[in-house]
Design a protein around this ligand. Structure first.
Ligand code: SF4
Length: 511
């Protein structure tokens, strides 16, 4: 069967895409202009044109499967699964291929092909594993693929090893609680995921999962799991059935959680979702000691890209250097000494200076007296109204809406500081809106921690426990909630992107 592998590799690298088309079986999924089409109904000319465009992309420097090497046989299962390896000059290990073959008119034809990165699988599970790469396709539209193998190869190896930027003190180790598969937030997946689910050959006590159809969302994506729902693929022992069967989670949120990746000009910023109890508590080794695992998550799960415009405030554009310097001021302040409110004060004062085009003086802000608020009652009321709206987004917060928070020594000071720094470092709101909105949201998160501690008393739950329980709305929830509350009034929306708003709230909390 190694001759078949050689014919396949020749066809993969040939400008005549017709040979590659003819090697596939009628049931084989093909990629034509980034869309999946079964070979039996595909247009041959369209496939050839798509193949040639993909080859042009490879010549222009895009990564693709190394088709030039001499293949060596790893195994051949006459039931239709061929495994072979090819030298990979782009990496220091051979590229391993798994290929499903079926007989058509007395000839072997390809039913599916993928990178062999797990244990040997039979034809049906191998096909499902191959289709498991399809939900990844929309995240790399710029790269055309000649065949499924390019897609599978890129998903695992395309990004190489960009520089990862970590927050000091960021630790994580999974404790397999599977709470991430049960939590009350939703997980959505791209519509292409349905083809993968359709291919899963569940049997026996898992047969009820055959033919699962995910509900469509208004944005065109599919709902893997609704808020509050336990994922249907979680078994009774808290293990993911897809992970168990394929040796890896498939959907990007499942691959990455609780790690978050965002693009920056010189690499990738790595942050954590503190809704994960292990991440919140700082369990596990430092992230910087887990580079191999993180590169794997990044390759399989992808990252969020940079926005077209970077803003220090709602009306103050900047370049990357300007944004990075202002963000670093906030992080330096949050990781410095003193109470949290003072750290936030220092960071927001520095941001205010940078928005005004001035050089910040963090040492001075750390000791300066707070100027009196011209309208303390109004500011407190505004803060209270905002916190009330936010509490509606989190049932655990409902009981605190009448408690006015005041700054006091926090029980879990350093965990809260890390939580806020992680939020800033994630760039979530910074990239969607601006750095000032992100910083002001950090002030609101701090106010929520104060309210929780005030409401529960010194014997009550620690603030980090509240974070882990999700009582503090995830910034992913809080951002849209705030926007929903404030966007009804454009003037208020502008205030949210101004350091003065957060500084006013801090003065109200601290005095
Ligand atoms: S698919 Fe698996 S990992 Fe993803 S949410 Fe469901 S059970 Fe969890």
């Amino acid at each position: 069967m190694i001759d078949f592998a050689k014919r396949y590799l020749q066809a993969l690298g040939s400008p005549d895409g017709g040979a590659l088309f003819d090697l596939h079986a009628a049931e084989a999924p093909l990629l034509i202009d980034g869309k999946m089409v079964a070979r039996g109904v595909a247009d041959r000319d369209a496939f050839v044109a798509s193949h040639q465009a993909a080859l042009a992309g490879l010549r222009a420097g895009q990564s693709g499967f190394p088709d030039r090497g001499e293949p060596t046989l790893d195994s051949w299962d006459p039931a239709g699964v061929l495994r072979f390896s090819v030298p990979d000059p782009q990496r220091d290990a051979p590229a391993r291929v798994a290929m499903g073959l079926v007989q058509e008119a007395g000839e072997w034809r390809i039913g599916w092909v993928t990178i062999a990165d797990g244990p040997p699988r039979d034809y049906a599970w191998g096909r499902a594993a191959a289709l498991g790469d399809f939900p990844f396709l929309p995240s790399q539209q710029v790269s055309r693929s000649r065949d499924w193998l390019d897609l599978a190869y890129r998903r695992r190896y395309r990004l190489g090893r960009p520089t990862l930027h970590f927050l000091p003190g960021a630790n994580f180790g999974c404790h397999a609680t599977s709470s991430c598969c049960r939590e009350r937030y939703e997980i959505s997946v791209p519509p292409e995921a349905q083809a993968f689910l359709d291919a899963l050959p569940w049997e026996g006590e898992e047969a009820h999962l055959r033919g699962v159809q995910l509900a469509s969302k208004a944005d065109g994506n599919l709902m893997l799991k609704a808020p509050g729902e336990v994922c249907r693929f979680l078994d009774g022992k808290g293990h993911c059935r897809i992970h168990a069967r394929l040796g890896t989670p498939v959907f990007a949120p499942c691959v990455k959680y609780p790690v978050q990746f965002v693009e920056v000009p010189d690499g990738v910023a790595v942050s954590l979702n503190f809704r994960c109890g292990s991440a919140c508590e700082g369990f596990g080794p430092p992230l910087e000691e887990q580079a191999d695992e993180l590169y794997n998550r990044l390759a399989l799960g992808g990252m969020s890209g940079m926005p077209d415009a970077l803003l220090l405030a709602h009306d103050r554009a900047t370049d990357w250097d300007g944004l990075a310097a202002a963000e670093q001021d906030l992080l330096t302040a949050l990781q410095g000494p003193g109470e949290i409110w003072r750290r936030l004060w220092v960071g927001l004062r520095a941001l205010e200076a940078r928005v005004a085009g001035e050089i910040p003086d963090l040492a001075r802000y750390a000791v300066e007296a707070l100027p009196p608020l011209p309208d303390p009652a109004d500011t407190r009321e505004e803060l209270q109204v905002l916190l009330g709206h936010i509490s509606l987004a989190s049932p655990e917060l409902a009981h605190i809406e009448h408690v006015y928070p005041r700054a006091h020594p926090l029980m879990a000071q350093e965990r809260v500081a890390q939580f806020l720094a992680n939020f800033i470092h994630s760039k979530y709101l910074t990239y969607i809106l601006d750095l000032s909105t992100a910083a002001n949201t950090a002030v609101l998160l701090y106010a929520l921690v104060l309210a929780l501690e005030t409401a529960t008393g010194p014997e009550g739950p620690q603030a980090n426990t509240w974070i882990a329980k999700g009582a503090l709305p995830s910034p992913l929830v809080l951002g849209p909630t705030l926007l929903g509350v404030i966007s009804a009034n454009p003037a208020r929306l502008a205030e949210l992107g101004t350091p003065a708003l957060g500084l006013g709230f801090l003065r109200a909390l601290a005095t």
